[in-house]
Design a protein around this ligand. Sequence first.
Ligand code: XMP
Length: 514
Amino acid sequence: MEIKNEAILVMDFGGQYTQLIARRVRECNVYCEIKPYKITAEEIKAKNYRGVIFTGGPNSAYDANGPKCDPKIFEIGIPVLGICYGAQLMAETLGGKVTGVNDNKEYGKTDVEFDTSSLMFHSAQEKNICWMSHTDRIEEIPHGFKITAMSKDCPVAAMEDIKRNFFGVQFHLEVQHTVEGMLYLKNFLYNACGCTADWQMDSFVTDTIKYLREKIGDKKVLCALSGGVDSSVAALLVHKAVGKQLTCIFVDHGLLRKDEGDQVESIFRQQFDMNLIRVNAKDRFLAKLAGVTEPEKKRKIIGEEFIRVFEEESGKLGKIEYLCQGTIYPDVVESGVGESAVIKSHHNVGGLPEDVGFEGIIEPLRDLFKDEVRKAGLELGIPEFLVWRQPFPGPGLAIRIMGDITEDKLDILKDADAIMREEFANNGLDRQVNQYFAVMTGIKSVGVMGDGRTYDNTIALRAVTTSDFMTADWARVPYDVLEKISNRIINEVKNVNRVVYDITSKPPATIEWE
Ligand code: XMP
């Protein structure tokens, strides 16, 4: 979908912050794309990028086997910003010198002094804190450059060649701990690259609706709606474009959280007047899952059954030309150093095979990061609670019940989980903690209630903070909130006599228990 004017290229050299850099550029309202470092100067010219950013990476710029850029990139005449490894690579390529540092490696928050007459640090403070993480450093800058920032252990914390518009920073300006990082980035984007901040979510929504209307014409579209933010926003964009030409199928597998199925139905049917088919398939899923205890087997059964139900329902609708999916940018971005595309670590329910007989796939969110999808959702009038909904795995509560799944266990878990969510919201934790839920542990333990012995279920509470869900820390939830949740679960949910809190980070644990 070619609807952007100005774009920046983020060249990935395998650094851990590549997507964060791209998100920061987007936060400055400048569109950007991530491409592997092997992209050539010719390809860059053809795409008409306004500027290029080299990311960090784990290699040494002087290592002959490390990833290198096409040196002709420096002849195109567009601004280049190198970050960490990217800055070192720029220095090496243009005739400077990079060396390993044995004694004075920098890691963490570091005091840096800036030359504020430089372009990148214009109107910045002369001294500030930046995030450093490096074992190599630039020893000699290339001809034409000047040093624009330094720290105690890093004589070239930043450099620039203002004539050619080349910039290098040793620190990570994209990381929150770099206090004025966004200002430095804006100086590069607006003052060096001449970007005008034209990437705005309101115009994205309007332009996308217009584009979809033209593309779809009078044809029909089908969408698998899960009630998650991605499929909801994707479906609503298509709905705004072509109205009732879109049919959404919402397969309720009975493994959703308490009342969730009804909420999804009422929002999309009543508030947005969408063509929605809700399939209540709980019995079917539970029958298939009866006696199954192995987590991957549960996932497989649910995934396959989902496709079967979806195909059966869509088969009743006659010819439909397009399938709409809520794929987002992190799902499609290619990794910098590997040859293959990053594959989502989990197969999502709703991930339909592409050969189910459609003329084409419509993926209106393919260029967006999650925070942009949320902004678009708010623009479209989707209620805040849905837009800010925490991630929920496709296989649903099936992977939060250890062992086999029964209707009783499902009911207990739904009630316990609803109490936890309610208390998180009451205490303002729902936006601070990235994912939180109850788990039916499958453990029974002895307790005492009144004067009697009990032997009942153990519920675990799981709450994590994370920025990317690849690593996570257990959330430091205040004791009084945990106490309230525990008391309420014991008192309000029958057949539970013990509540425990999971204090394991990821790794070594995963976020889900299965
Ligand atoms: P883990 O448990 O691997 O979870 O640390 C990381 C994130 O992925 C979600 N998750 C899934 N999402 N299908 C999904 O759509 C799945 O099978 C699945 N398993 C885990 C999990 O909720 C967390 O956000």
